[in-house]
Design a protein around this ligand. Structure first.
Ligand SMILES: CCCCCCCCCCCCCCCC(=O)SCCNC(=O)CCNC(=O)[C@H](O)C(C)(C)COP(=O)(O)OP(=O)(O)OC[C@H]1O[C@@H](n2cnc3c(N)ncnc32)[C@H](O)[C@@H]1OP(=O)(O)O
Length: 126
């Protein structure tokens, strides 16, 4: 992801109910944030509703702590006929902003939907 795309789609803080038995944040919690952020950029690109059809890759690089500020970055990397590949990166800011580390990354596929919730062609030129 280039610096041009470094404006986060989401900034969010996990809550006490998001902690797993190891004292870190559940992977499912961060995956949900990624799905929302990816859905927002795909929806903007498709100019309408989208659905997640696949998670092609997902890597948990480093644990998230309760007091981390989470930033989710997402960019549409590929546009097919009805589908879009979205690369998503998650960072954690800690130590009162002194440290920012990449904690998770993934590649999600979204499909543009019509009013019947069926695949709809994405404008290639947009
Ligand atoms: C207006 C601006 C507003 C901006 C502000 C918006 C704010 C608002 C944002 C909210 C953002 C929330 C985002 C949450 C998103 C969910 O959580 S959605 C919930 C979870 N997902 C679902 O429930 C989807 C369930 N699946 C389905 O309904 C159907 O599989 C689908 C998605 C309609 C696709 O139907 P299908 O018959 O499989 O379609 P098919 O024609 O075979 O394939 C369509 C495309 O998908 C690809 N595909 C199909 N399966 C796969 C696969 N397994 N792997 C990879 N690609 C695949 C195909 O290759 C094809 O690609 P193209 O060649 O057309 O590019």
């Amino acid at each position: 992801m280039t610096e041009a795309h470094r404006e986060p789609v989401l900034r969010v803080v996990p809550g006490p109910t998001d902690i797993n038995a190891n004292g870190h944040i559940f992977g499912g919690w961060v995956l949900a944030q990624m799905d929302i952020a990816g859905g927002i950029v795909a929806s903007r690109r498709a100019r309408g509703a989208v659905a997640t059809v696949a998670i092609e890759r997902m890597e948990f690089i480093s644990p998230i702590d309760l007091r981390d500020l989470i930033s989710v970055y997402a960019v549409v990397e590929r546009v097919g006929r009805t589908s879009m590949g979205v690369r998503i990166e998650v960072t954690a800011t800690r130590d009162r902003g002194a440290t920012e580390i990449k904690v998770t990354e993934g590649l999600f596929t979204f499909v543009a939907l019509d009013e019947n919730h069926r695949p709809r062609a994405v404008d290639a030129a947009a």
